[in-house]
Design a protein around this ligand. Structure first.
Ligand SMILES: Nc1ncnc2c1ncn2[C@@H]1O[C@H](COP(=O)(O)OP(=O)(O)OP(=O)(O)O)[C@@H](O)[C@H]1O
Ligand SMILES: [Mg+2]
Length: 513
């Protein structure tokens, strides 16, 4: 008879131990299920409830700022209960557990005056035991874990429960620490991002990609100085935009910004355009006139396509750079100016230097601070933002509300944009103007965009023939669309009228065919 009772007890013990183990295992599983503090802790509390019949499990964590213990997760408590469950260190049972760093058990909360029942969640307190253990990590108190328990015969004793709760509390402590450091890293990342965004943004210039952020950082550094800047990059990458940004972000922003394209004017006229002339300096010089450098006094001169400056003029430019002085054409008087010089080129300046087309001393003088603008194909990250920006811009300008569907966006994303941002800008403007529907799908897009997309896919076949074929197709496409008006076709393609003329000759497309 006695033996039978023994076996029964033993079986009960094994069953109970198994249940405890299963519960601990389940707790460690839910604690690693996500990085959501409240969710994981709530699941932990419901696990204690369902597997071990520990009711009203609560995790209190110490809020270091307020010095208060707050319920972070609770099982079987209403939101209102949770809100009210706040304790100071040393206050109530929970406060004392934290202060003393040792577990406490109230065998019957109905008979315990210390039990504050602040959450108000227990209508009937009699017969309920309350168990509470500290949550500690490496000797530091992080909070308190507590449960209610109505003991019956099938439960173990208080010591068993405290042992299980202590293990669970230590698992919680590890998770809370991990979560805190994860949160800190996330916050730091967020802060860095905000800082970066604040520090490196320029009005109306889109550039979240790393490459553009480097450009923005450089612009912010050089803008306040008087340093000469050389902007380099393919056609349509935004050199002029950046030149203006540097000017408007500098102390000279109230002064003039004078732009001059060194490739746009016949060599004979360049000198007088840049430096001005005196009356009678040459035939037709009926009065004296200021040049760009004089007009830009107290402001900025932007010399675009500086690589195209003829050799004969280069010494005079060098002198302006070094001494900020020159004479007008046909003039004797030395004129002093206060200008900042920003230059830009899409050419291989180093090649020009080695071919003797560009003076080495001038090259070094200009190249003090080079800023490289990446082609659009190297900053795909910026494409969606640019497309969005131009859509908004042209929708406003043309009073439309056109947008792109996913497929159309994908085609634009795949396209290689040889004409860079300018080509993208022109394409979006044309789409906004030409679209009959409000939503553009890939089938509404001009073939040229898809043709070149194929190029990207079959690049390895034969690059030259491919490019030529595609270029020819693109040019024809553009010409067809613009009724063979070369200037308009060039604009569509984001190239110059001269470039399209040259290409048409190359492909034997002189006439409409
Ligand atoms: N990051 C950008 N964000 C918004 N618009 C841009 C950006 N980059 C360029 N653009 C737009 O693209 C067009 C071409 O830019 P910009 O004229 O500055 O290029 P560029 O490098 O001077 O070209 P080119 O060598 O042909 O003179 C402009 O209309 C400009 O507004
Ligand atoms: Mg330009």
């Amino acid at each position: 008879m006695k033996q039978g009772a023994d076996i029964n007890q033993k079986t009960e013990l094994v069953v109970r131990k198994n249940r405890e183990l299963a519960a601990i295992l389940e707790v460690s599983r839910v604690l690693t299920a996500s990085f959501d503090l409240e969710k994981n802790l709530s699941s932990t509390m419901s696990t204690l409830g369902s597997l071990l019949e520990m009711q009203r499990g609560c995790v209190f964590l110490l809020d270091r700022l307020s010095g208060e213990l707050r319920i972070v997760a609770a099982h079987g408590l209403t939101k209102d209960n949770i809100e009210r469950g706040k304790y100071r260190i040393g206050e109530g049972i929970v406060g004392r557990v934290l202060e003393k760093r040792s577990p406490m058990v109230i065998p019957n909360i109905g008979k315990e005056p210390l039990f504050l029942n602040r959450t108000g969640s227990r209508p009937e307190k009699d017969g309920i035991s309350f168990l509470s253990v500290p949550i500690e990590f490496k000797g530091e108190a992080l909070g308190v874990l507590s449960v209610d328990r109505i003991y019956s015969k099938k439960h173990g004793n208080v010591d068993d429960d405290l042992r299980v709760l202590t293990i669970v509390a230590s698992l919680i402590a590890q998770f809370v620490r991990l979560w805190e450091s994860y949160e800190n890293v996330e916050k730091e990342k967020e802060n860095l991002k905000i800082e970066l965004k604040e520090r490196y943004s320029i009005d109306n210039i889109i550039g979240k990609s790393d490459r553009m952020q480097e450009v923005f950082a450089a612009v912010h550094r050089v803008a306040p100085t008087k340093a000469t800047v050389l902007l380099r990059g393919e056609s349509g990458t935004g050199k002029e935009m950046i030149a203006k940004a540097i000017h408007y972000m500098s102390t000279r922003s109230k002064g003039p910004f004078i732009k001059f394209n060194c490739a746009s004017i016949p060599e004979g006229l360049l000198e007088s355009e840049l430096f001005g002339h005196e009356k009678g300096a040459f035939t037709g010089a009926i009065s004296s006139r200021k040049g760009k450098f004089e007009l830009a006094n107290k402001g900025t001169v932007f010399l675009d396509e500086v690589g195209d400056l003829p050799l004969t003029l280069q010494p005079k430019i060098l002198r302006v750079l070094q001494e900020r002085e020159f004479e007008r054409v046909g003039g004797e008087k030395t004129i002093k100016v206060d200008v900042r010089i920003i230059t830009a080129t899409s050419r291989n300046l180093e090649g020009y230097v080695s071919q003797g087309k560009f003076r080495e001393d001038l090259y070094y003088r200009l190249n003090v601070i080079p800023i490289f603008l990446p082609p659009l194909r190297d900053r795909g990250d910026d494409l969606p933002a640019l497309i969005d920006y131009f859509l908004t811009k042209f929708n406003n300008e043309h009073d439309r509300s056109v947008n792109l569907d996913r497929g159309a966006l994908q085609v634009l994303m795949n396209y290689e944009w040889p004409g860079n941002v300018r080509e993208l800008e022109n394409t979006v403007e044309r789409l906004v103007i030409m679209s009959t529907a409000d939503t553009i799908t890939s089938s509404n897009l001009p073939d040229s965009l898809s043709i070149r997309r194929l190029k990207g896919l079959s690049r390895s076949v034969s690059l030259t023939t491919n490019i030529e074929e595609i270029e020819r197709a693109n040019i024809r496409d553009a010409l067809e669309k613009t009724g063979w008006v070369q200037a308009r076709a060039a604009k569509l393609l984001g190239i110059t009228p001269r470039q399209i003329g040259y290409k048409m000759k190359k492909y034997g497309m002189e006439e409409r065919d």
